[in-house]
Ligand binder design. Structure first.
Ligand SMILES: [Zn+2]
Ligand SMILES: [Zn+2]
Length: 352
């Protein structure tokens, strides 16, 4: 099958990024796919590198061996329709929700598709989001409003992760929040907490550049944990009590313990970081003595429309997160920038 690329030329292949070995990413030609029922072909206009892509790049993703396809934060234009497509039209601007649930397990039947027993993602089936084209089922596409750029569209997926975590945590108007880890998900969690009316949001990290982004997104105070004890700082800032909610967005024992200790009695910590080292030690009695809780949040479930709405009405400003924009042809430089602390990257966007 051939297709038109926006210039009218016919081509049988397109380029897609692949992690071929640890710290090695290459663009490989892929055959232009044929479309099944309900599927559409998307010309990718912007895709973002995710923290989980960096785990892949380092060869340390807990459940994805190399070589592997990479990238799942995608915005683009619908350029070809398969049979039986009803919800989208040629030329529509869309965001991809890149989850592939089975649709038939216990959780899928309840509509809790992020808990699917057989869940998959495009990169596991060999399809890269860091590519010229992407095939998606129309039921997992969301319309990208005209007010949003494609780059903003590519960040809807991580924003949906933050929306889901804040919903799970049940943060409410007037609550006090501490976030450990000012990576993209921690920063987006901050933005969502501010948007829904959290009274104070404290951001803790060891990188000044990321704390500066947190301040730009409206953090009440930023805490450099190399310079001060963040738990002590947060306790003092909250009249000795601690916060109602904390989020662990690093994936490390030290920040998990701090996220629990920063809570006031009855508080709730939510875990969103990916742990490369899964074993952590916790003092079990603090859960009883302080009546605190620890919750996990995974992916998203009906959160994309909320995420799009937050950006559309400018309740969340994504601009401070977009630190790098590179053409897809420089995907190797893009990954190098994303992992190099000197480059001060938060989100790296690839464009045609
Ligand atoms: Zn992601
Ligand atoms: Zn399922």
């Amino acid at each position: 099958m051939t297709t038109k690329d926006g210039l009218g030329a016919e081509s049988d292949t397109f380029l897609a990024a692949e992690i071929t070995a640890a710290e090695r990413v290459e663009l490989k030609p892929k055959p232009m796919p044929s479309l099944g029922a309900g599927e559409v072909l998307i010309k990718v206009r912007a895709s973002a590198i995710c923290g989980s892509d960096l785990h892949l790049y380092r060869g340390k993703h807990p459940d994805a061996p190399l070589p592997s396809a990479v990238g799942h934060e995608i915005a683009g234009d619908v350029v070809k329709l398969g049979p039986d497509v009803n919800q989208v039209r040629l030329g529509d601007r869309v965001v991809v929700e890149p989850v592939i649930p089975c649709g038939t397990c216990h959780y899928c039947r309840l509509g809790q598709y992020n808990r699917c027993l057989n869940v998959s993602y495009g990169y596991r089936s060999g399809q890269s989001g860091l590519a010229e084209y992407y095939v998606a089922s129309e039921r997992w596409l969301h319309h990208l409003p005209a007010e949003l750029s494609y780059a903003e569209g590519a960040l809807i997926e991580p924003l949906a992760v933050a929306v889901h975590a804040v919903r799970r945590a049940d943060v409410r108007l007037g609550d006090q929040v501490a976030i450990f880890g000012a990576g993209p998900i921690g920063l987006l969690t901050l933005a969502v907490c501010k948007a829904i009316g959290a009274a104070q949001v404290y951001m803790v990290d060891i990188r000044q550049d990321r704390l500066a982004v947190a301040a730009a997104l409206g953090a009440t105070e930023v805490v450099d944990s190399r310079l001060e004890d963040p738990v002590e700082y947060i306790r003092q800032a909250t009249g000795g009590l601690g916060v109602t909610h904390s989020f662990e967005a690093v994936g490390a024992q030290g920040t998990l313990v701090s996220a629990l200790k920063a809570l006031r009695k009855g508080g709730m910590a939510t875990l969103i970081g990916i742990f490369e080292n899964p074993q952590v030690g916790l003092e079990a009695p603090i859960f009883v003595q302080r009546e605190i809780g620890l919750l996990g949040s995974s992916g998203y479930c009906w959160d994309f429309p909320t995420a799009i709405g937050l950006v559309r009405r400018r309740a969340v400003n994504l601009a401070p997160l977009i630190t790098h924009r590179l053409p897809l042809s420089e995907v190797d430089r893009a990954f190098a920038a994303a992992v190099d602390r000197e480059k001060l990257a938060v989100k790296v966007i690839l464009e045609p």
